[in-house]
Design a protein around this ligand. Structure first.
Ligand code: T4K
Length: 413
């Protein structure tokens, strides 16, 4: 249990008892009731059909098309494979501009598709790209005489880029636009649900996401010909009309994955509402902690609130990384997505990948942003305890910083 107004020695990192006995991760971790789960697995068992575009996968694709108002939804093994398939099917010739502020899978999928990546910065407040950020990458490509082929917009934290503004901007320049919307299922912008923008959008159904297939993902597109190419590339199963494609991979989703995703979709509204309430509770009890800013999902009318994103600035008194260590010792498995910026990580820190001259916003975000638990494994009471830890850590920041520096010098922390 939390002690009120901890003294420095009460913090778990300095020898006190942990506030949470079971560590709380940053993840949605959707688990349907055992009865519902068992019924779905029994049905698969009785059908004796595990994979290769079975009835669950068919039903899931149809549900996604209806829910997201998109002509084609193609389920895939995971979002990384989905992004790879889109990049290959678009037949791009030239570098792809990717924000450096994203999960490693975004550029990795481009690399698997044989494409060079040029990293650009993001807006410091929304944490998303805008034409301003992309412009610098285009100038760099012009210097190299290698025109940019595409822009991969990344929608983070249950928020979004402005997809229509980007679409207008790329149209005038003959550049392809597609989206990594791995974190954006169930979000809506003023122009409609995320899923139908650009040439294609890719969602993740990883266990940490609001709609979970345990592992999984889906590609959405309103371009029927592109969809058919990708169905052919995904596998020999689930093809509607055979086509000649550059390469085939096993990117299928299994029946068990689709069964969990269907249950998770049934509960999407409830999960979203729970996240929204938890998010509002964080704002109510923690937004007055000096030096800690809780970020709202940007540019969406409806968010899935699947991440609780905050920034720790110098006023807090402890660096973000020391605060993370304090929290982890208390059993709060807070994360620092994304650290460091991808432009600093091999193979992206060297040619042929390029980086616009400087990425000040990505650098700043990479040193300040922290995710706190939200989703099935935390409740309001847990958030109250966590807010108290944050308040105590801020109050005792001077002493904590000195003691942690000592531990770091001794190689303990
Ligand atoms: N693009 C973007 C913008 C993305 O954010 C992602 C994935 C992708 C593309 C690629 O999507 P996929 O190919 O994965 O479909 C996690 C997720 O694995 C990853 O899906 C997600 N983004 C990324 C932001 O976070 P990790 O390696 O940091 O998560 P992991 O597995 O350590 O889990 C987080 C916490 O949850 C840990 O404390 C452990 C806990 N956990 C996790 C799982 C899976 C559990 O307690 N139980 C579990 O079953 O990447």
């Amino acid at each position: 249990m939390a002690s009120i107004n901890r003294a420095p020695g009460d913090f778990a990192i300095l020898g006190g008892p942990a506030a949470f006995h079971s560590p709380i991760p940053v993840a949605q971790l959707y688990f349907p009731s055992w009865d519902r789960y068992r019924r779905e697995m029994e049905a698969i068992f009785e059908r004796e059909y595990y994979t290769n575009h079975g009835p669950n996968v068919e039903a899931l694709e149809q549900r996604l098309e209806e829910t997201l108002h998109v002509r084609n939804a193609l389920t895939v093994t995971n979002a990384t494979v989905g992004l790879y398939l889109v990049a290959l099917a678009l037949d791009l010739r030239g570098p792809v501009v990717v924000p450096a502020w994203t999960f490693a899978a975004s550029p990795q999928a481009m690399t698997w598709a044989g494409l060079d990546v040029t990293f650009c910065d993001v807006d410091p407040t929304t944490q998303h790209i805008s034409p301003n950020n992309v412009e610098a990458a285009l100038e760099l490509a012009a210097e190299d005489e290698q025109p940019v082929a595409a822009i991969l917009g990344v929608n983070l934290w249950g928020g979004s880029c402005d997809p229509e503004q980007l679409a207008r901007w790329v149209e005038a320049r003959g550049i392809t636009l597609f989206f990594d919307s791995a974190q954006a299922l169930g979000c809506t912008t003023s122009s409609g649900p995320i899923g139908g923008f650009g040439r294609a959008e890719v969602f993740s159904f990883h266990a940490t996401k609001i709609v979970s297939a345990t592992e999984g993902g889906c590609i959405c597109t309103n371009d029927d010909a592109l969809a058919e190419d990708m169905r052919n590339m995904r596998s020999n199963y689930g093809i509607r009309s055979p086509r000649e494609v550059p390469l085939i991979i096993n990117g299928r989703m299994s029946e068990a994955q689709a069964a969990v995703a269907l249950l998770s979709l049934d509960d999407l509204e409830e999960s979203r509402e729970r996240n929204r309430e938890l998010w509002a509770h964080y704002v109510a009890v923690a937004s007055d902690v000096p030096g800690l800013t809780i970020r709202k999902p940007s540019d969406v009318l409806t968010s899935n609130f699947q991440y609780l994103v905050c920034e720790v600035d110098p006023e807090f008194g402890l660096s973000r990384d020391r605060l993370l260590a304090v929290l982890r010792a208390e059993g709060v498995l807070a994360r620092r997505y994304f650290h460091p910026g991808l432009h600093r990580v091999p193979p992206y820190s060297a040619p042929p990948h390029r980086v616009v001259s400087s990425l000040p916003n990505t650098e700043k975000l990479a040193s300040r942003v922290m995710q706190l638990p939200i989703g099935a494994l935390i409740d309001r009471e847990g958030i109250d305890i966590l807010a108290q830890i944050l308040r105590d850590a801020h109050r005792e920041a001077g002493v904590l910083a000195r003691k942690l520096a000592l531990q770091e010098d001794q190689g303990v922390a």
